[in-house]
Design a protein around this ligand. Structure first.
Ligand code: DMJ
Length: 639
């Protein structure tokens, strides 16, 4: 240290103070401690402090989510103009970041052009400091006259996308029989009834309570409101309920507030809000839906700040703090939650020109590919810290379900180019067929759950989506395999139909079992309820579209009749507490997914195949249609 150097002819200044050797040593120790403290304190000063700027080079202070600064112009205006606008880093951010995310080179190249169009990225440490120009664009602060930035902001080419569709969105083939049309109109009337009552009694709340005629907020959406509005938008649009669609759109424009501060489920916000907004943007081209989706997408990014990049399940949308569900084993993340982001996040990157969203989900895939799978199966709980499984519970129903769905749909959405997703799906299904698919004594095929090698002979209502999924995935396989998978899909769908047919209400229970003499029926009181879930009719729709066997329409119509009889109440539709009794036991809740999924799938079942054609669209797990990438996403970037 310069200040302690002994000058020629002068005693060192500790010596000048008359100190002895041990005292000198202690004095020097004290002094160096003091200096370290002073220097360290500089880091605690605010960025604006003159002292700090004097002693430390300027550096980026944003949390990891700031890597998203190359966002679309619309979202940039809301969230990336000032560091202080960015969500604060959650505690997880303090953990060592995982080594560079494994976004494949292809992916990076694909988005490089997009990032250029989106404007310069946030200043990297060591790079020349940047300041904001009057138009919000970054300009170099080198002292020289800044060159005028003539680059166009990123713009998704919506017209080009629309031209790439192979069918009119709401179909164009006339000539169906009058009964089919009448049934479709009946389902449209049910949607109008569900919406009108929600609007009258609960607009702006998350769900309608149709018995007490008020709204329900719940605690899944972190202070966000209007879950039913967002979930209903694309169904209203597809059903040509124009006036109602305009009411919903107006609410989004005027009242949908994203500046909330509450604990949200990353999964639910993604599948309902982001999925609903993205789908409605693609269907209508209305910018408001895109900008809200992108703004909300950015708010979810801090959940990925974990050592592995596997996001935690819960995030505070205001602070960006994230954590795991209290009920999840040892702080783990849930397969069906972190595995159900891929479709929406690719579209967030596509629409914003910002690769960060795609990188996050590609990294999840990389972690999953690395970890060893017991017997080829994917357990439901994974540690976001170590990247290892926490508990060996495997299920194609709750906790696992939509992870498998998103693998096959990633392949379909990529126009069958994402071969990695297809391979993961094929391998997972092979393990499921080998270890979990069983036949009951009465000849019903079902998919059991697996707990550390022991089978639980139970199927949840949620698992009934798998008939449709397996049918979808059977496409493009070799003849033997295609037939085997189509048969399996039909058998599982038949079993799920049996779970409805064997109840007094003709609606299915939350879970049904194949043990102790039971066949496709709930054996526990706690599993007898039906909350307007869509999974069974979802499978009917796919099986109808892929086989045109009229029984699927017939089964769908049975559901319509049962809903009318047992779930329709004075002010909307309600779940029921016991499917095995016809005495009404309503739960007083009209779930938002009833409008997003159940009614949409039923309606489509009675439409021609070109309405939301499977050639052009994949449905996210909340039935929000997202387009198949016919145009090659890269080409959609304005050059
Ligand atoms: C929906 O929110 C989604 O389908 C999700 O994947 C699981 N379940 C509900 C409806 O049952």
């Amino acid at each position: 240290m310069v200040v302690l150097r002994k000058l020629p002819g002068m005693p060192g200044w500790p010596a000048a103070l008359g100190l002895r050797l041990p005292q000198k040593f202690l004095f020097l120790l004290f002094l160096s401690g003091l200096l370290t403290l002073c220097f360290g304190a500089l880091f605690l000063l605010p960025d604006s402090s003159r002292f700090k700027r004097l002693f430390l080079p300027r550096r980026t202070t944003a949390s990891a989510s700031s890597s998203s600064s190359a966002s679309s112009s619309s979202s940039a205006s809301a969230s990336s103009t000032r560091d202080t606008d960015l969500p604060r880093s959650p505690p997880a951010a303090a953990e060592p970041r995982h080594a560079s995310p494994a976004a494949p080179r292809r992916l990076r190249e694909k988005f490089r052009a997009a990032a250029r169009m989106a404007g310069p990225a946030r200043t990297a440490p060591g790079s020349p400091r940047q300041v904001r120009g009057g138009d919000g664009r970054a300009e170099p602060a080198t002292g020289a006259t800044p060159a005028r930035d003539t680059r166009a902001p990123f713009r998704f080419d919506y017209e080009r996308f629309r031209r790439s569709l192979r069918h009119p969105v709401r179909g164009g083939r006339p000539g169906e029989d009058p009964e089919t049309r009448a049934r479709r109109m009946k389902i449209k009337e049910m949607m109008k009834f569900a919406w009108d009552n929600y609007k009258q009694y609960a607009l702006g709340k998350n769900e309608l309570r149709p018995l007490t005629k008020n709204g329900h907020i719940g605690n899944m959406f972190g202070g966000l409101r209007g879950a039913t509005v967002i979930d209903a938008l694309d169904t209203l649009y597809i059903m040509e309920l124009e006036e109602e669609f305009q009411e919903a759109k107006k609410w989004v424009e005027k009242s949908f507030d994203l500046n909330v501060n509450g604990e949200a489920s990353l999964f639910e916000v993604n599948i309902r809000y982001i999925g609903g907004l993205l789908a409605t943007y693609y269907l209508t081209g209305e910018e408001v839906f895109k900008s809200k989706a992108l703004e909300l997408g950015e708010k979810l990014l801090p959940a990925f700040n974990t050592p592995t990049g596997i996001p935690r399940g819960v995030i505070n949308l205001g602070s960006g703090m994230s954590w795991s569900w209290g009920w999840a084993s040892a702080g783990s993340s849930i397969l069906a939650e972190f595995g159900t982001l891929h479709l929406e996040f690719l579209h967030l990157s596509e629409l914003s020109g910002n690769p960060v969203f795609a990188e996050k989900v590609m990294n999840i895939r990389r972690v999953l590919n690395k970890v060893e799978k017991p017997q080829g199966l994917y357990p439901n709980f994974l540690s976001p810290v170590t990247g290892n499984w926490v508990q060996h519970h495997v299920s194609i129903g709750g906790l696992g379900d939509s992870f498998y769905e998103y693998l096959i749909k990633s392949w379909l959405m990529s126009d069958k180019k994402d071969l990695e997703a297809k391979k993961m799906y094929d391998n997972a299904l092979e393990a499921i067929e080998k270890h979990l698919v069983k036949k009951s004594a009465g000849g019903l095929t079902y998919i059991a759950e697996w707990r550390g090698g022991i089978l639980d002979h139970k199927m949840g209502h949620l698992a009934c989506f798998s008939g449709g999924m397996i049918a979808l995935g059977a496409e493009d396989a070799g003849e033997e395999r295609r037939q085997r998978h189509m048969d399996l899909a039909a058998e599982i769908t038949n079993t799920c139909h049996e779970s409805y047919a064997r109840s007094d209400t003709k609606l299915g229970p939350e879970a049904f079992r194949f043990d102790a003499g039971s066949e496709a029926m709930a054996t526990r009181l706690s599993e007898r309820y039906y909350i307007l879930r869509p999974e069974v009719v979802e499978s009917y729709l796919y099986l109808w579209r892929l086989t045109h066997n009229p029984k699927y329409r017939q089964w769908g119509w049975e559901v319509v009749e049962a809903l009318e009889k047992h779930c329709r109440v004075e002010a909307g539709f309600s779940g029921i507490r016991d499917v095995y009794t016809t005495t009404p036991t309503h739960d007083n809740m009209q779930q938002s997914f009833f409008l997003a999924e159940t009614l949409k799938y039923l309606y489509l079942l009675f439409c021609e195949d070109d309405v939301l054609s499977l050639d052009d669209w994949v449905f996210n797990t909340e039935a929000h249609p997202l387009p198949v990438n016919h145009t090659n996403f890269k080409a959609a970037v304005q050059q």
